[in-house]
Every structure is written in structure tokens, then in C-alpha cells.
Design a protein around this ligand. Structure first.
Ligand SMILES: Nc1ncnc2c1ncn2[C@@H]1O[C@H](COP(=O)(O)OP(=O)(O)OP(=O)(O)O)[C@@H](O)[C@H]1O
Ligand SMILES: O=C(O)C1=C[C@@H](O)[C@@H](O)[C@H](O)C1
Ligand SMILES: [Mg+2]
Length: 168
């Protein structure tokens, strides 16, 4: 499938490279870049760990959906948070307003990328609980229009793979 749509959503589990790849892809396409997690942090004046600690995951999910609605009118590469695909309303909104990519990798690859980074509240707990979350979320990710396998690829190589899906 080729795309010419100007709003690009990158989805996938924590550590898939959405933020890293999104920034590079936006440069290559000459589009703006929005990182949904950073957008939420700027809007709320709190870091994501602070939001989770002060208000809990359910509150974060509401802020996330609200932020997604706001950015969905932009022409940009939008790197989402790892849990944005959990809600059907978010998946439908992304599909309606842009092209959705799924950055895929096996759990063990992702775990190695995120295990020492404490900025993700949901990645701080037990490895097996995180693996279960990954398995439960896969159908939501697989719902994307385009899947990019990132295993063994550098972020630059993932960008090259993504670019193959765009019209000139
Ligand atoms: N293709 C890749 N190969 C190796 N390391 C990568 C790759 N993509 C990202 N990384 C590294 O993995 C870590 C997580 O990447 P990044 O923050 O982009 O993930 P994310 O998908 O945005 O995660 P989150 O859902 O938590 O926002 C970073 O240290 C980044 O440098
Ligand atoms: O996978 C998730 O649920 C999350 C991923 C991050 O991008 C942040 O949105 C937050 O840490 C939650
Ligand atoms: Mg990110």
C-alpha cells in the first residue's frame, strides 16, 4: 500500500522507536513532528510519571485521548504513546484522519530497549506483567494500515522502510 496522506501516526509498544523514528521521518518528509507524550506533558505541566502517580492510569488515558483529538487536525508525523491503541475511539480517529503505522518488534527486543529507563511508569514493574500487556495489546497494534518490522534495524533503517510506503 502507498500513502500520500499528510498525517502519519506511529503506533507500537513502549520502546518500538515511535519517538526516535518519528522525528527522523518528519524531517525526511518535510512535515511537522508531534510527540503525543510530550504534548500531554506540556499541556498538563506535569511529567508522565507525575500524572500516573498523582491521578492514575485512567486519568492519563483521558488526557491522551483528548490530546489525540487535538493533534488529529494537524498535518504532521505524530508519534503516539504505547497505549493509545487501547481505546477503539482512538484507533478509529487515527484511521479516519491519517495513515497508521505499527512499529513492530518481539517483546524481548523492546524489553532490552526500555528496561533501564525509568520514565515509563508501566515498564517499572515485573517483566512478565509487561509481557502480558504486550500480548494483550497486539491486536490493537495489528489493526494499523502498515506494519514495519524494526527488529535488527537501526532507527534510520526503519525510516527507510517507512519511506517506501509514500508516493513521490
Ligand atoms: N530501531 C531501533 N534500534 C535500536 N534501538 C532503538 C530503535 N528504536 C528506538 N531505539 C531506542 O529504544 C529506546 C526507546 O525508543 P523510543 O523512545 O523512540 O520508543 P517509543 O516507541 O517512543 O516508546 P514510548 O511508547 O515509551 O514512547 C531509545 O533508547 C531509543 O534510542
Ligand atoms: O504503553 C503505555 O501505556 C505508555 C507508553 C508511553 O509512551 C507513555 O504514553 C506512558 O508511559 C504509557
Ligand atoms: Mg515515545
Amino acid at each position: 500500500m502507498k500513502t500520500s496522506k499528510k498525517t502519519i501516526y506511529l503506533t507500537g509498544f513502549m520502546g518500538a522507536g515511535k519517538s526516535t523514528v518519528g522525528k527522523l521521518l518528519a524531517q525526511k518528509l518535510g512535515l511537522g513532528f508531534i510527540d503525543l507524550d510530550e504534548y500531554i506533558e506540556e499541556k498538563s505541566g506535569k511529567t508522565i510519571p507525575e500524572i500516573f502517580t498523582d491521578s492514575g492510569e485512567a486519568c492519563f488515558r483521558n488526557l491522551e485521548s483528548e490530546a489525540l483529538r487535538e493533534v488529529s487536525v494537524k498535518t504532521a508525523v505524530i508519534s503516539t504513546g504505547g497505549g493509545v491503541t487501547e481505546k477503539e475511539e482512538n484507533r478509529k480517529l487515527m484511521k479516519r484522519t491519517g495513515t497508521v503505522f505499527f512499529l513492530d518488534a518481539p517483546f524481548y527486543v523492546l524489553y532490552e530497549r526500555i528496561r533501564d529507563d525509568k520514565s515509563r511508569p508501566l515498564a517499572r514493574g515485573e517483566k512478565e506483567v509487561l509481557r502480558e500487556r504486550y500480548e494483550n495489546r497486539r491486536p490493537g497494534y495489528e489493526w494499523a494500515a502498515l506494519t514495519l518490522d524494526t527488529k535488527g534495524c537501526s532507527p534510520y533503517e526503519v525510516v527507510q522502510k517507512a519511506l517506501q510506503h509514500f508516493d513521490e
